[in-house]
Design a protein around this ligand. Sequence first.
Ligand SMILES: [Zn+2]
Length: 311
Amino acid sequence: MINYFNQQIKSIYESRRALAKETSQSQNKALLALHPKFDDLLKAKKQTELDIVKSKSKGLDVSALQNSLEKINGDIKRYAQENNLQFTPPYLCPTCKDSGYIDGKPCECLTEQYDALIKENASLTSLPQFAFEDNEFASMTIPQAKGMNKLYSIMKNKVCNDFANCKWNNFMLSGASGVGKTCLALATANALLDKGVSALYLSAFEFVNIFLDKHTHKQTELSKKAEYVSECEMLIIDNFGEEPIYKNVTLEYLFSTLDKRMANNKKTFICTQLGAGALISRYGEAFLSKFTDKKYSLSVGYITGENLRKS
Ligand SMILES: [Zn+2]
């Protein structure tokens, strides 16, 4: 799990516990009104406990009081059983009592909550749903079909299905408009999210806007995303090269984000219509080499073929 969601998860569980406690208090109050005898027993218990503390502080013998406390506790238990009284707060998850943890390990409900949060924050809602199963290149005869189909298989099997052991940190898909880059990026994001891996999908335009807001100290929803851009396990930047270059923002934040991500072993996936020459003149040779160095990068030659978007 990544830190970005810690605070959110903490407050979700805090409010769950507060709600359970509040509900249980009002339920107990109603319950006790129906069982005055039980209420008396609880009061007697409290009083005896107080008496024990007082007597102890005076150095007196408390064995008689202790005996009556035991008797009262027995009576309370019996009365509750006979009258089927339940006093456990109505937790959403009784397993972990809405703490999110069992013996220090995340409860199943916490994992579910985390998976829901990474999906909510993946920025995919406005885009078409696309999964590896939707890939139809295997049955197509257009020029890019074979190469794209191979890429689908690599991204599915070597990256998504084996994310923890995947040797590549950087990925670059460069190719003409409409050859199928975005669909592959979306399928990758969706497969990772289903496995509980924090994947964030941004257009280069959104990427720049996030850092523009951060740079100008705007407290917007966008600027809050800056932390997640650095921290998520897979960052996908689509339409790379189409973003405006703002002085002191675009390149500076792009390079520092990338360096930070590489240093922390986070993966970055870029889709672009620009070829190597245009990428070098826009971002420099050092930048391009980070996405083409075979040791830690997966990139293929410029993809050309049929435009799937043309009608
Ligand atoms: Zn739980």
